[in-house]
Design a protein around this ligand. Structure first.
Ligand code: BTN
Length: 275
């Protein structure tokens, strides 16, 4: 006869979410890991399912941009997230994911990694990782997000061409040696799932406080488009408790920035892209 103790333990483990085993899908080449992850999510893939690849043929970034792929050098991964939070809370998860990735990249590089609102990850002022979160409704109550994460892992300077030249970096450049893509994927996956759990537990204020310590725009003069479509130049005040960026112009008016291309403004009136 089974003891009450073993039954209790079994019930405890069965009630939690399943382990990461068998939930990671690897592809040599894929159009976009976000597309694959969305397909799987639509078929019911559980929270924490990961799709990762060594190459993407149609990788996409925010604002309709392309996310280029140099085979075997970049890490392209997407995680299906089904956080148990209210629908209106979900937008905050983009900051949570950025924080999760930045902590992993800190550990790998030994450098304090910065975040640029809403979700670029920078090392020594150069972009090392971009995040694209896409969400879909299953029904009125249920919603899921696919967190797409692209990390420059084993790129050399010469892999960054065009607008990336001088503006992007990789873990190998910072560390002086190549890194194992699968290891990086596992660390990022575990960190994202751990932070997502804290988010579900109502810890967003604490996560946001950590995020703000890495904010590379805070206190800087920047240019952006506010939520009414107006171009605003002002000092970045950082994201508020809803994840919305605030900017104060020289007349002291405060604006909310929902999304979009945020640029650092420089003294001569022109602007400089950070990414
Ligand atoms: C950005 O900085 O604009 C976001 C880039 C996000 C790229 C990643 S790579 C993995 C996933 N699949 C995609 O097609 N995009 C994201």
């Amino acid at each position: 006869m089974k003891s009450l103790w073993s039954e209790t333990l079994r019930a405890f483990f069965m009630s939690g979410r399943k382990s990461q085993m068998n939930k990671t899908h690897y592809f040599d080449v894929v159009d976009s890991t976000n597309n694959k992850a969305k397909e799987l999510a639509a078929q019911g893939a559980e929270h924490g399912t990961v799709v990762w690849a060594k190459q993407q043929t149609s990788g996409r970034g925010r604002l309709g941009k392309q996310w280029k792929s140099v085979k075997g050098k970049g890490l392209f991964m997407s995680i299906v997230l089904r956080p148990r939070v209210a629908r209106e809370e979900l937008a905050k998860i983009t900051l949570v994911i950025g924080l999760a990735v930045s902590e992993v990249l800190d550990t790998i590089t030994g450098v304090k990694v910065q975040l640029k609102w809403p979700n670029d990850v920078l090392i020594e002022d150069k972009k090392c990782c971009g995040i694209l979160v896409e969400s879909s409704s299953v029904n009125a109550e249920e919603i899921y997000a696919v967190a797409g994460i692209g990390i420059n892992v084993n790129h050399s300077e010469c892999d960054f061409l065009g607008e990336l030249e001088g503006n992007a970096t990789s873990l190998a450049i910072v560390c002086g040696k190549d890194k194992n893509l699968e290891k990086v994927m596992e660390l990022v996956r575990d960190s994202v799932l751990q932070k997502s759990k804290l988010f579900e537990q109502g810890e967003f204020p604490a996560l946001l406080a950590q995020w703000r310590k890495r904010d590379c725009l805070a206190g800087k003069l920047m240019q952006c488009v506010d939520c009414r479509g107006k171009i605003v130049q002002g000092i970045a005040l950082g994201p508020d408790e809803n994840g919305i960026l605030h900017v104060r112009d020289e007349e002291g008016r405060e604006y909310e920035v929902m999304s979009g291309d945020v640029r650092l403004a420089i003294a001569d009136g022109s602007d400089e892209r950070l990414q």
